[in-house]
Design a protein around this ligand. Structure first.
Ligand SMILES: Nc1nc(=O)c2c([nH]1)NC[C@@H]1CN(c3ccc(C(=O)N[C@@H](CCC(=O)O)C(=O)O)cc3)C=[N+]21
Length: 295
């Protein structure tokens, strides 16, 4: 049976450290680190993520505000709002919840955010720095996975890490981070078009599943003893559940837990780490802005 990696517990430890740092920041600068989350539309899942983020920020001593707008908000208005947040000295971090409605150019919105306030780490300038191995605000989910690997003493040096999925939000930045000096993985990125996928994933000492398909990773795709990180958050209809659905990852948890050495659960794995790293990034952005103020 695989060892269960408790993302909730690791996230709580990270949030405690952020709370200490935020208190010290407030003592030094007379204000709390500030985070603004922009959400368009009233999608229930998005609202619940955003509420979870605001609650966690508050508990960590971060001044968080959610700015709710209808999903019909014109792109120009959203860009104007971002400009306003860019110029506001009380705002250290800006997160625009993705995905955005079809009439809005997501890339244009991400580019409009001041890179110094880009706590998602999605701005091209920050992505470039990440790939170059320069200091930057790192995307929260991959950064959270790195933190989880470190804090649970998973050996990464020389390990073969296989990243399943090539999104800009998880797969690509995950590969860049694992490749870095200090982590020193041998990295393979594969995806839905990869030939003989199971043959590739079976080589992984560390397998990061971020393909966005419920229970896609089956036991035959996993090397015995491997560390498996499940990034998926899929809603599967389940009439027996109170909410009418259950959350499941990209990994067939039951079957893979018989083969893997260590495994993250869903919920309670990567998700809570993502939120913890958002708070860590907000504190980091506040510190950097306080030492070299720009906007
Ligand atoms: N600009 C932007 N940045 C994001 O970081 C971002 C985004 N847009 N859009 C949506 C996704 C999704 N996301 C989650 C974060 C935490 C949990 C999380 O903590 N989930 C709990 C379960 C929550 C539940 O029960 O519904 C868990 O896995 O244990 C889930 C999803 C951040 N996202």
């Amino acid at each position: 049976m695989a060892h269960l990696i408790d993302g909730k517990a690791v996230a709580a430890a990270v949030r405690d450290e952020v709370a200490e740092g935020a208190a010290a920041f407030e003592a030094a600068h007379g204000r709390r680190p500030g985070l603004r989350v922009v959400l368009l539309g009233d999608n229930a899942a998005s609202q619940s993520y955003v509420r979870a983020k605001a609650r966690a920020a508050d508990a960590a001593g971060i001044d968080a505000d959610t700015l709710l707008h209808p999903d019909t908000l014109p792109e120009a208005d959203l860009l104007a709002l971002i400009d306003q947040l860019n110029a506001d000295p009380a705002v250290d971090g800006i997160l625009v919840q993705l995905p955005l409605p079809d009439h809005i150019d997501e890339a244009a919105v991400i580019r409009a955010i001041d890179p110094a306030k880009d706590v998602d780490g999605f701005h091209p300038e920050n992505v470039g720095k990440l790939v170059l191995g320069e200091e930057t605000l790192e995307p929260c989910t991959p950064a959270g996975i790195v933190e989880m690997l470190r804090r649970t003493n998973v050996e990464t040096s020389g390990a073969h890490a296989v990243v399943l999925g090539r999104s800009n939000i998880v797969g690509k930045p995950m590969a860049s981070l694992l490749l870095r000096r200090g982590l020193d993985c041998t990295v393979t990125v594969c995806h839905s078009r990869t030939r003989d996928l199971a043959q590739v994933t079976r080589q992984a000492d560390i397998l990061v599943a971020a393909i966005g398909r419920a229970e896609f990773v089956t036991a035959d795709m996993v090397k015995p003893g491997a560390t498996v990180i499940d990034v998926g958050i899929n809603r599967v209809e389940d009439a027996t559940r109170e909410r009418g659905y259950r959350l499941t990852g990209d990994v067939d948890f039951e079957a893979v837990s018989e083969v893997a050495g260590a495994l993250t659960p869903v919920p309670g794995g990567v998700g809570p780490m993502t939120i913890a790293m958002l708070l860590a990034n907000t504190l980091e952005a506040a510190r950097r802005r306080a030492t070299r103020p720009a906007g």
